[in-house]
Write a protein that binds this ligand. Structure first.
Ligand code: BGC
Length: 750
């Protein structure tokens, strides 16, 4: 006993004698001088568009952060903060720089379709370079909300339906923004914590119900991956989850984020999300919302005015301890030190470089790689020779809309710098490579007009090929842009029907913020490129793809349902008890169940159980043949070994191309049932025509693990979840998409 006491005391002495981190010492020093009011100001962010009249007084009193203040304005307020506030703590300027600052890259959903992590990281690096010139040091990106509901407008802002893909995309984006130097460039803010993409009915700001095992398995890993990649901050979401709004959710914000994950970055509310708690019915007024938020360790209050209005009285009444505020202020100051703000508070506003050739080249490559070829009856790539120049009709509402092709959330772009498909094809015509006729004028996708159709048909008759650029305008996706119909809005389907009736081949390019249920339109046309909203250089990118200067290499990051009634639809679902397309895997099926076939499953009478296009799908101008999957061993011995799964891929066509082999696994039997497939890896492999490449993936026990509720514990109890793999049989695929391929089998022994 005495010995134990001695060991304990020496441990305490050891910890106490450890020299304190110099940054923490600086924070201690600042904190010790701060008044209660200064702490509250430091914990508040005000938005540029909602300034209080006496904003300068707020700054002089130690305001922590400002949203949407840039350039010379930012320097103006920064000077007041640094030189006129009592402690000279610099302000942190924030803005939503979501997929580019001036140079716009594809919307995140489009970036996910590239399956190219280096490119996504590079786009974020170049974005940070541009944004920092305007004094922005904090962006509210990446959004890693998993969404399996394309009605939800914000599906455009995330990386799709899959947890693994979203995790690696989120981490790459964080690394791109923040860089690898000790002084961080642009602070990332991973959002929205958590479950926002599961909003009921795809309605924004709506209720979510997510059991803890599903939360841990599906929704939390992308957040963990982004925090592990170093994200300096994280933002709450607007939804309530299991009855508690996230801004007040102690289980998520304290138990999980701070204790289990040991996160020491900044947790910021979403825009007025504390106020939203009143509407959710979780508290009666802003004072109560303030109390709940601070008790859930919300470090910074974004444009709620809640902390400003009520935190002081709550401390004075003894309902909140001042030490609770210290913890939050410490996080905020730590972030400011990590950004080097105390040494370099100002931005250099002179001669900023925007739209550099490097940024434009990366934006073009990203737009090229994000387009997914869904259908091609051989019309693409267009052939044109000096002897016979192909005449194309360029038409459709998105053929020449400099604003719309950039998509949602890009406040700082300059429309005139955006190159549309029409502009790119005109340039090709100038170079004598193609003949262009065009339908001029602005044609909103929501417009219905008979004259438009008559004009279109007349023009189509003069062309060899019709290039129709349709889809959704930018305002149809993003925050609060949910749709109940997922068709081509307005007159577009009628226009496509009329164009097809001319007998001319029609190539449909869809520029949109979400998957659309456009099976009938697709049936009518000869080729379909699904290009999402691709940003500044989408025009030249599409011209290159259509004329074959580059081949499409994008793959779908989200399942495309045939009809809205199939939603939610995603590839890594579980089998129903009577599956039609995912066979029961073991022989000894009870009598009766074995006989179930089409007609007995939980399928839709109109559509069967298949999507329009599965996750991971995408064609190119060549074809690939995937050989059988082999595994280096049929048995994986727990933790002590790994398996190598391999497969030979042959380019069986006549042009070079990029294959995107995807590694999927299935745990055949789980104490908590497992999805029919789970993505665990992917590669982009360039394979010259006629050649083969062997691709290999390493699998370890960690790849097979999933979340369990610790035995004997009630669902929902904190801290009683374990992440482990169960012994048994597994399937492994290396396949071109989530609905193809033959698996190999192996066994995990423990
Ligand atoms: C959005 C966030 C965004 C914030 C600040 C909110 O409405 O949900 O994603 O970062 O506004 O503009």
């Amino acid at each position: 006993m005495k010995n134990h006491l001695l060991i304990f005391l020496s441990l305490i002495t050891l910890v106490a004698c450890q020299p304190k981190d110099p940054t923490e010492q600086k924070i201690d020093h600042l904190l010790s001088q701060m008044t209660l009011e200064e702490k509250i100001a430091q914990m508040s962010q005000l938005a540029g568009e909602q300034y209080p009249e006496d904003l300068e007084t707020y700054v002089r009193n130690g305001l922590g952060s400002m949203l949407n203040v840039m350039g010379e304005d930012a320097n103006y307020y920064q000077r007041i903060a640094v030189e006129e506030s009592r402690l000279g703590i610099p302000i942190l300027f924030a803005r939503d720089v979501i997929h580019g600052y001036r140079t716009i890259y594809p919307i995140p959903l489009g970036q996910a379709a590239t399956f190219d992590l280096d490119l996504v990281k590079e786009a974020a690096r170049l974005t940070a370079q541009e944004a920092m010139q305007a004094g922005i040091r904090w962006t509210f990106s990446p959004m890693v909300d998993i969404s399996r509901d394309p009605r939800w407008g914000r599906v455009a802002e995330g990386y799709g339906e899959d947890t693994y893909l979203t995790s690696v995309m989120g981490a790459a984006t964080v690394q791109g923004y923040q860089g690898s130097d000790s002084i961080i460039q642009l602070a990332a803010c991973v959002k929205h914590f958590v479950g926002y993409g599961a909003s009921e009915g795809g309605r924004d700001y709506n209720t979510t119900w997510i059991p803890e095992v599903q939360l841990r398995e599906t929704y939390l890993p992308p957040f963990k991956a982004s925090l592990d990649a170093g994200s300096l901050s994280i933002m709450c979401s607007f939804n309530e989850i299991n009855g508690v709004p996230t801004s007040a959710n102690k289980h998520l914000n304290v138990n999980l984020l701070r204790h289990e994950w040991q996160y020491d970055g900044v947790l910021v509310s979403d825009y007025a999300s504390s106020q939203n708690m009143i509407a959710h019915g979780n508290c009666k007024d802003l004072r109560e919302a303030t109390l709940l938020s601070i008790n859930a360790q919300m470090d910074m209050d974004m444009e709620n005015h809640a902390y400003f209005k009520h935190l002081k009285e709550l401390v004075e009444e003894g309902l909140v301890r001042e030490e609770q505020l210290d913890v939050c202020v410490r996080d905020i100051l730590r972030m400011k030190f990590r950004l080097g703000l105390f040494d370099n508070p100002y931005c250099a506003v002179e001669n900023p470089v925007y739209y550099s050739s490097e940024a434009l080249a990366a934006a073009q490559r990203a737009a090229e790689e994000s387009a997914v070829l869904l259908k091609n009856n051989g019309i693409l790539p267009l052939s044109s020779s000096p002897h016979h120049l192909t005449t194309v009709l360029i038409c459709g509402p998105l053929a020449n809309s400099q604003n719309d092709q950039n998509g949602t959330w890009c406040f700082d772009k300059v429309d005139s710098a955006t190159v549309t498909p029409l502009m790119a094809f005109r340039e090709l015509a100038k170079q004598g490579k193609i003949c262009v006729i065009e339908q001029t004028g602005k044609h909103w996708s929501r417009e219905e007009s008979q004259t438009n159709i008559m004009q279109l048909t007349r023009l189509a008759k003069q062309a060899d090929v019709v290039l129709y650029f349709g889809g959704e305008e930018s305002i149809l996706s993003g925050e609060a842009r949910c749709r109940a119909h997922l068709d081509l809005p307005g007159d577009q389907s009628a226009q496509i029907r009329a164009l097809k009736a001319t007998g001319k081949p029609v190539v449909l390019t869809v520029m949109a913020g979400r998957p659309l249920c456009i099976g009938e339109d697709i049936e009518r046309v000869d080729a379909v490129l699904y290009a999402f909203h691709g940003g500044t250089m989408q025009g030249p990118a599409l011209a290159n793809l259509i004329t074959g200067v580059v081949a499409p290499s994008g793959r779908l990051p989200i399942t495309f349902p045939q009809a809205v009634g199939q939603i939610p639809m995603y590839y890594n679902k579980k089998n129903s008890g009577r599956p039609t397309s995912n066979p029961v895997l073991y022989e000894d099926i009870p009598v009766g169940a074995a006989q179930f076939s089409i007609g007995a499953d939980s399928y839709w009478l109109e559509y069967g159980d298949k999507p329009l296009y599965p996750f991971g799908y995408g064609l190119t101008y060549t074809t690939f043949e995937y050989g059988p999957v082999t595994v280096s061993d049929s048995i994986l011995v727990s933790s002590s070994s790994c398996l190598i799964a391999s497969c030979e891929i042959t380019n069986t066509g006549t042009t070079d191309g990029v294959a995107v082999p995807q590694l999927y696994i299935r745990d055949l039997v789980g104490s908590i049932t497992r999805p029919i497939r789970e993505l665990k890896g992917f590669q982009r492999v360039n394979i010259p025509a006629g050649e083969s490449r062997v691709v290999s993936f390493v699998l370890t026990e960690a790849d097979l693990a999933y979340w369990h509720l610790a035995e004997g514990v009630d669902l929902g109890a904190d801290g009683h979840y374990t992440y482990l793999a169960e012994a048994g049989d597994f399937h492994v695929w290396i396949a071109p998409h989530s609905a193809e391929g033959h698996p190999a089998q192996f066994t995990l022994k423990k």
